[in-house]
Design a protein around this ligand. Sequence first.
Ligand code: DX5
Ligand code: ZN
Length: 218
Amino acid sequence: MKDKIAPSILSADFGKFTAEVKRLEAAGADMVHIDVMDGHFVDNLTFGAGVVAALRPASKLFFDVHMMVEKPENYVSEFAKAGADSMSIHAEATPHIHGALQKIKQAGMKASVVINPGTSVEAITPVLAMVDMVLVMTVNPGFGGQAFLPEMMDKVRELAQIRRDKKLSFEIEVDGGIDPRTIQLAKAAGANVFVAGSFIFKGDVEENIAALKEHLAL
Ligand code: DX5
Ligand code: ZN
C-alpha cells in the first residue's frame, strides 16, 4: 500500500489555516489531517465543520477528518457538505459504531474507525470489512506533542495479519508521536498512513516532510 504523510493542522498556526494548508500541499503532503475535538470525548476543544468548509476551496488535498467527539454520527452530513473526504470515528465514542460508519459511507465519504490506546483490536473486528481505514492511536487523543507508545505496534501487526487472512483492503493509519524514528517502527509493523503534527510544524515544514519520507524509504 502507498505510504502517505498526513500532517495534522492541530500544530499549525490557527490564525492562518488556509496559508498553512497551501504550504503543506506545496511541501509534498499526501493529505491533511484535521483534528476535531469536542471537550467531552477528549479534554480539549478545537474546531468544527466550518473550518473544513473554509479550507476546502484552498486545497485539492485529501481531507482526513479525525473526530474526537461523542456521538460522531450526529455530524456526518455537516462534514460531508463541508468537503471532508474521510471521517475517522472512535469505537469508544458511540454505542452504534457500525451504523455510524454506514452513515459516513452513505454520505459519500471514506469511513474509518479509530481505537484509543486502551482499546483492543477485538472491539472493531466486526466492522473491519466495511472500513476504508483503521486508525490506531499511538498516544491518548487530545493533544499534540506526546510520546509515541511503541506497544501499540502489536495492534498494527494484528490488523495487518487480519487484513491478509480475510483478504480485506483497509489502510492502517497511526497518529501521535510520529517522527523520523517512530515512523519506521510503524511502517515495519504494517502502517501506511502517518499523521504527524508537532514534528512537521516545528521548523521547516518542507524539510520535515522530506525527512519523514526519507525515513520511510530506508
Ligand atoms: C492527538 C491528535 C493528533 C495530533 C498528533 O489527539 O489526534 O493528530 O495532532 O500530534 P503529534 O504528531 O504532535 O503527536
Ligand atoms: Zn488526529
